[in-house]
Design a protein around this ligand. Structure first.
Ligand code: DC
Length: 223
């Protein structure tokens, strides 16, 4: 069976990563979480105290940065110069910084190159904001997942609660709306559906239903 490239884009907490991960498992494909890569850039800049306006420091940081993915059955781990930063990159202040740093041309150039290299052989599912529009416009299957901001904030809030992190629902909703606006209005590779993407509203779908909907479309692309 042909091993294709599957692109899943959409705003924060639209169900992309869980759906992509489960679909990859079901199809024995490799899952690449491109948001985690931008988060890793943000973490490195944060730890080094780099201002996003300091382009020379950002260039140096990118030269020294190596991002690795360790593929595991229980969920991929993300490595920053060999250090497992999978949990550190999920903190709220890193989410905001990731959204800001991902607007920089030098950062996007390096991440897109890495993503193209990782995915070029096919048999991959990448999720992000610009996979179907910029990274792999030739992807055989493209999806754009949507859900109402309230539903997405509820999902995010529940995740934070489960981790024992205290934050108010209103704060989570406000942050999410701000990040969506940031990601959709930037000049480079903004969050928009590719013209040939299949748009799926996940507001009232369970994760299992989302995976099935995507899988049925993917089968049509492979046949
Ligand atoms: O998917 P996520 O929430 O982990 O992504 C974190 C940030 O990274 C997001 O706010 C925008 C940026 N991003 C991007 O610009 N392009 C991608 N392909 C993936 C993420």
């Amino acid at each position: 069976m042909k091993r294709i490239i599957i692109a899943i884009d959409g705003p924060a907490s639209s169900g992309k990563s869980t759906t992509a991960m489960l679909l990859a498992k079901k199809m024995s494909y490799v899952y690449i979480d491109t948001g985690a890569m931008y988060r890793t850039c943000a973490l490195k800049a944060y730890r080094e105290g780099i201002l996003l306006s300091d382009t020379a420091a950002i260039d140096r940081m990118l030269e020294q940065l190596s991002i690795g993915i360790e593929y595991r059955e229980s969920g991929n781990r993300i490595l920053m110069n060999g250090e497992d930063v999978s949990d550190a990159i999920r903190e709220e202040h890193i989410s905001r910084l990731a959204s800001d740093i991902s607007a920089l041309g030098a950062v996007r150039k390096k991440m897109v190159e890495l993503q193209r290299e990782m995915g070029k052989k096919g048999g991959v599912i990448l999720d992000g904001r610009d996979i179907g529009t910029v990274v792999f416009p030739q992807a055989e299957a493209k999806f754009f997942l949507l859900a109402s901001p309230e539903e997405r904030a509820t999902r995010r809030w529940k995740e934070l609660q489960a981790k024992g992190l205290k934050s108010s629902f209103d704060e989570v909703l406000k942050d999410m709306i701000l990040r969506d606006k940031n990601d959709s209005t930037r000049a480079l590779a903004p969050l928009i559906p590719a013209s040939d993407a299949i748009i799926i509203d996940t507001t009232s779908l369970s994760i299992g239903e989302q995976v099935e909907v995507l899988y049925r479309h993917v089968l049509k692309c492979i046949e």
